[in-house]
Design a protein around this ligand. Structure first.
Ligand code: FE2
Length: 183
């Protein structure tokens, strides 16, 4: 482990996950100083509730997708976050969280219009995250079970950076988190 990275977190139960999300509510987002990390997750979950109303797991994945942000894991915060929620929220949510960074690389590689829409922060982190995908990486990405849903999450992620936007708060998601944790 590089010296500046903290140990990988694991959220063993719902209270520990909720406590982390509440801490994110007091952490300014790297995306925009007008947002907290939690605001960003809440906006992402809301976007997914509009795009895929029946898919609560996808919405929960949107809420939790940056759970490892700010823990010293920038390049691999998707993988770290996926591992952190796998035991509690299940394999699908873990895969969706893990894929949200390769999903950006996939969309940048396959959709020129998407690249043009990326925020400045996303462009700057893209190079750190590996830049464009090779043909083999594109094929490997399409081999994941939930890769198409990961693209939906990624598009919602990009749309979830609006300072001052009013969306349902963390309390709204407690039932969905509990249902996903029990599933
Ligand atoms: Fe994000």
């Amino acid at each position: 482990m590089p010296p500046n990275e903290t140990p990988t977190p694991v959220f063993a139960d719902l209270p520990s996950l909720l406590a982390r999300l509440e801490v994110m509510g007091a952490t300014i987002s790297t995306e925009d100083p007008g947002l907290t990390e939690l605001d960003h997750g809440l906006q992402c979950a809301f976007e997914l509730s509009q795009a895929a109303p029946a898919d609560v797991e996808l919405q929960v994945a949107g809420l939790a997708h940056d759970i490892a942000h700010g823990l010293g894991h920038i390049r691999d915060h998707g993988e770290v976050g996926g591992a952190a929620v796998r035991g509690l929220l299940g394999e699908r949510v873990a895969e969706l969280v893990m894929l949200h960074i390769p999903a950006k690389r996939y969309l940048v590689t396959t959709d020129p219009a998407y690249r043009a829409r990326l925020s400045l922060d996303s462009v700057q982190t893209l190079a750190l995250q590996g830049g464009d995908m090779t043909d083999a990486e594109v094929t490997a990405f399409e081999g994941f079970s939930h890769w198409r849903d990961a693209l939906l999450l990624r598009v919602a992620d990009e749309a979830a950076k609006v300072p001052g936007r009013s969306v349902p708060g963390l309390g709204h998601w407690r039932q969905a988190l509990a249902a996903t944790a029990r599933a």
